[in-house]
Design a protein around this ligand. Structure first.
Ligand code: SF4
Length: 486
């Protein structure tokens, strides 16, 4: 797939810090952590800070460094012991400020700030039910539904964690949550454990929750463990405790694509290093699809680890086949058609000395539409590669994801309705090999969890929503509705 055009998007990254000693600048820590989690969402971000039970925050559209300028970061209240932070890519609900997180909600027993990664599969039904009971929503995300359910449950429960537990009885699908109340920081993960969530300890006493361990490293926290699927973990003045009522109520099905593409290679998820898992994907690929070649190269960045693994297993030397232009940000304007066609060439250039006259094994983590892969293969041919053997460290994408990954419409996927040979012809490669679904679930060799492979197999651990519901709030009136009193 590469990072160069229409990549798949992960929905979000979540973070929370409880600094018992009060020696940390918790807003600054959240800022550093969000920087480390930026790869999980680039559309909006936010930080909420808790100073003596008073929760305030800032959220907006943009990258972490765009939203949190020195002035904005400096305006967050000082002296807090808790903070939460969030980076978002919208897969549920539109790209508006109202859907940015943390969502700060005031209710009759205080305030909560809530951060969510994942997608609920029953959000539309829950929302409809709430609206029929008079609920009013500001945005269109499923996160607001969770907020509403937690605050409503809080009316009947003795604690915020009990309200979260009651809410979890109603939720289907994927959610890793970090919730801050006036006195507690709470992490919760859905019983399938679709999205990662881990716990770290602070050197001065206190705890950190984050989507990935790379965010713990960013704030100097030590990795403690993952939050178990279905677990609720509470950090407060008394330390850390856990509620396991929902643990074991569903089969563990972590998103395998976290290991293939989403997560940072320096993160450890469910006990397995992401970097090692990607190298293992390369080794499996070399076993499944061997080829006579002179050099193995990877598409930066997420194809590099698998290329290393392929090289180690096959004995074919590893080479640097591409240089990525580090200075192209989101603002690169692809004005004309010609510019759009050249965009891959501008972002990525082949290293002629590595590939000229060689039989090249090219590794990437996945193919989505196929257009970028075809251009990358052409780049190699233009640089003099004699043969290009394309190996993909994931099975073909054929089906949508309902759990927080933005996979384009099925009809846009190159693998839809095509055999591997037909895809090879579309891409213009000399040979093409995908990693098998049998091997993809064995990448994370130290992980004891199960894996979701729904987008490759069409078999989902949770029933998909019956039909994508039309969002009443985000469509113009139909002709027949214009004359009605709505
Ligand atoms: S369908 Fe694919 S992307 Fe979605 S959770 Fe499952 S493995 Fe991950």
């Amino acid at each position: 797939m590469s990072d160069f055009q229409a990549p798949l998007h992960e929905e979000c990254g979540v973070f929370g810090i409880y600094d018992k000693a009060g020696t940390e600048d918790v807003a600054a820590a959240a800022y550093s952590a969000l920087y480390a989690l930026q790869h999980r969402g680039q559309e909006s971000c936010g930080i909420a800070v808790n100073v003596d039970g008073v929760i305030t925050g800032h959220r907006d559209l943009g990258l972490v460094n765009e939203v949190f300028t020195p002035a904005v970061l400096g305006s967050l209240p000082a002296g807090g012991k808790m903070a939460t932070g969030h980076v978002r890519y919208a897969t549920s609900g539109s790209r508006t400020r109202a859907n940015a997180q943390p969502m700060v909600v005031r209710h009759c027993k205080g305030t909560i700030a809530l951060c969510h990664n994942g997608n609920l599969t029953n959000a539309a039904a829950l929302r409809h039910e709430l609206e029929m009971q008079g609920a009013i929503f500001h945005g269109s995300s499923d996160t607001e539904v969770i907020c509403y359910l937690v605050t409503r449950a809080r009316l009947q429960t003795a604690s915020i964690e009990a309200a979260i537990s009651n809410t979890m009885d109603l939720l289907d699908g994927a959610y890793s949550l970090v919730i801050m109340s006036p006195a507690k920081l709470i992490a919760a993960r859905d019983p399938h454990g679709f999205r990662p969530l881990c716990i770290g300890t602070l050197p001065g006493g206190g705890y950190v929750f984050a989507s990935e361990s790379c965010a713990l490293d960013a704030v100097g926290a030590e990795f403690l463990r993952d939050v178990a699927p279905g677990e609720i973990v509470i950090a407060d003045y008394n330390g850390l405790r856990s509620m396991k009522d929902h643990c074991g109520t569903a089969k563990s099905t972590m998103c395998v694509f976290e290991f293939i593409y989403f997560a940072r290679p320096d993160s450890t998820i469910e006990g397995s290093s992401v970097h090692e898992a990607r190298k293992q994907a390369g080794r499996f690929l070399a076993m499944e699809h061997p080829v006579e070649a002179d050099v193995v190269i990877g598409v930066p960045d997420s194809g590099l680890d698998a290329a290393l693994g392929y090289s180690q297993q096959s004995g074919i030397p590893y080479g640097i086949g591409f240089i990525k232009n580090k200075y192209i940000g989101r603002t690169f304007i692809q004005g004309s058609q010609k510019q759009r066609e050249n965009s891959v060439r501008i972002k990525l250039n082949a290293v002629k000395s590595t590939v000229e006259g060689k039989r090249v094994v090219l590794i990437d983590d996945s193919i989505v539409r196929g257009t970028t892969s075809a251009r990358i293969i052409k780049l190699l041919r233009d640089a003099g590669a004699k043969e290009v053997h394309f190996r993909v460290s994931a099975p073909p994408f054929k089906y949508p994801c309902y759990f927080g990954t933005d996979i384009p419409d099925q009809k846009l996927l190159v693998a839809t309705g095509r055999t591997v040979e037909e895809i090879r012809q579309v891409l213009g490669a000399d040979s093409l090999g995908y990693l098998s679904t049998e091997h993809v679930v064995k990448l994370a060799q130290k992980s004891k969890c199960g894996f979701c492979t729904g987008c490759f197999t069409g078999r989902y651990p949770v029933d998909p929503p019956p039909q994508e519901p039309e969002d009443l709030h985000e469509r113009p009136l139909h002709e027949s509705e214009k004359k009605k009193v709505l």
